[in-house]
Design a protein around this ligand. Structure first.
Ligand SMILES: Cc1cc2nc3c(=O)[nH]c(=O)nc-3n(C[C@H](O)[C@H](O)[C@H](O)COP(=O)(O)O)c2cc1C
Length: 334
């Protein structure tokens, strides 16, 4: 496990959409932790460039991929949501795109890239990869990590041959990795780690709502081999967090986080803003809704306005500091 959590047992979580970049994974590794590049949302050539840059950094790193959604999408619900968003788009002076119905994230090409490249670790979220992909990555010498949110998902991942699990609690910032459609876990992170440990014998990285070194110590005491932190790294200079997101994390104007489907069509936790409140009934249609809202989010960021863009954050966002990522690794080391 130390090979993917570093001597410090602290992992910089993959954070798609900008925050995770080669500088962050290199800094985390140099500080004795470990970092994941975010392959989700990145086009294959963009990911290839990031992998090359991380290689040049000289430290070991992992890459995360989103497993494509194969569930059918309710097209009528998406079109109705598009209509509901039209006045907001007009206000911002942007055009909403026609829906892209396919999940065309470039997953097969990105998987091929990682098979050829064999980074130290590859983690998957939103679903399980194929058994063949797991076996091929392992043959290439890559540690295969699966994000799970319940004991049942952990059992499925273990059965597939995963080497380690990220145990993600609903307090986590960003998207939930849940893939079995269960209700979110209602206990604490420590209780979730304990429940997963009872189901499988695999090294575990605890994630979700870890804001203080004491939180991390409690997760380790419950049996986690390390912790994977997202929000704690968002305000570091090495993260590529956009300025609007960064400012919102430090602003007293935001008082809570909440789960929402309004931006992407998939449950994700962020600082609650007006867009989330207005669109609490957004349809379950990932990544169709993600592409639909992309111009709105981009225009909101360009305007320096946090009210119409996603501000992913875990429940412990108030503990996140403006500090070097090496300091985050040092503070949470165990
Ligand atoms: C901005 C942001 C983007 C994220 N993107 C990804 C991602 O691309 N892949 C992934 O597996 N998890 C992603 N996550 C979830 C993290 O991996 C992790 O589970 C979460 O950040 C842990 O909770 P915390 O934010 O409270 O530390 C993201 C989280 C945030 C805050």
């Amino acid at each position: 496990m130390r090979e993917i959590a570093g001597a410090a047992g602290v992992v910089a979580a993959p954070m798609a959409g900008g925050p995770s970049r080669p500088a962050l994974v290199t800094a985390a590794a140099e500080a004795g932790g470990f970092g994941f590049l975010a392959g989700g949302l990145a086009p294959p050539d963009g990911l290839a460039a990031q992998v090359a840059e991380a290689d040049a950094g000289g430290a070991g790193y992992g890459v995360n991929l989103f497993v494509p959604n194969t569930e059918p999408v309710d097209r009528a619900a998406v079109l109705a949501y598009r209509d509901a968003l039209a006045p907001e788009a007009a206000e911002l002076g942007v055009q909403l795109p026609e829906p892209r119905w396919a999940d065309d994230d470039g997953y097969p090409a990105k998987l091929d890239l990682l098979l050829a490249h064999a980074p130290a670790a590859v983690s998957f979220t939103f679903g399980l990869p194929s058994r063949d992909a797991v076996a091929a990555l392992r043959r290439a010498g890559t540690v295969v990590v699966q994000t799970v949110t319940s004991p049942a998902e952990a059992t499925a991942a273990a059965e597939l041959g995963a080497d380690a699990l990220v145990v993600q609690h609903p307090h986590a910032g960003g998207h939930s990795g849940a893939f079995l459609g269960e209700a979110p876990f209602t206990g604490t992170l420590d209780e979730l780690v304990t429940a997963v440990r009872a189901a499988v014998v695999l090294p575990l990285l605890a994630a979700g709502g870890i804001g203080t070194p004491d939180d991390a110590a409690a997760a380790r005491a419950a049996g986690a081999a390390g912790v994977q932190l997202g929000t704690a790294f968002l305000r570091t200079p090495e993260a590529g967090t956009n300025p609007v997101h960064r400012a919102a994390l430090a602003s007293p104007g935001f008082t809570r986080t909440a789960p929402t489907r309004a931006f992407s069509g998939k449950w994700a936790r962020g600082l609650e803003n007006a867009f989330m409140r207005r669109h609490a009934d957004a349809p379950a249609a990932y990544p169709v809704v993600h592409h639909l809202t992309a111009p709105l989010r981009a225009a909101s960021v360009r305007a320096g306005d946090p009210s119409r863009t996603s501000l992913w954050a875990g429940t412990a966002w108030g503990e996140a500091r403006e500090e070097a990522s090496a300091d985050v690794v040092a503070r949470f080391a165990g």
